[in-house]
Design a protein around this ligand. Structure first.
Ligand SMILES: [Zn+2]
Length: 72
């Protein structure tokens, strides 16, 4: 299991979680960190993670259009 880290831009405190999905609120001040970039908790490397909600709706829309185009 991977541990993720985000930095709160309001109180500048790091917070940790093992889940990349759902809302992420700062445990210290309650600020919404969902849109903040993910960092690896061990290496502090920035990670690029596509959240479920954004990618699925986009690909579903594209697939629908593609199917319509293919039909005779
Ligand atoms: Zn905070």
């Amino acid at each position: 299991m991977r541990l993720y880290r985000k930095n709160c831009d309001k109180c500048n405190k790091p917070s940790f979680s093992s889940s990349e999905y759902g809302e992420w609120l700062c445990p210290v001040c309650g600020h919404d960190l969902t849109a903040q970039p993910f960092f690896d908790a061990v290496t502090f490397e920035q990670l690029y993670i596509k959240t479920l909600s954004g990618s699925t709706s986009l690909s579903f829309k594209g697939k629908e259009e593609n199917e319509n185009g293919i039909t005779r």
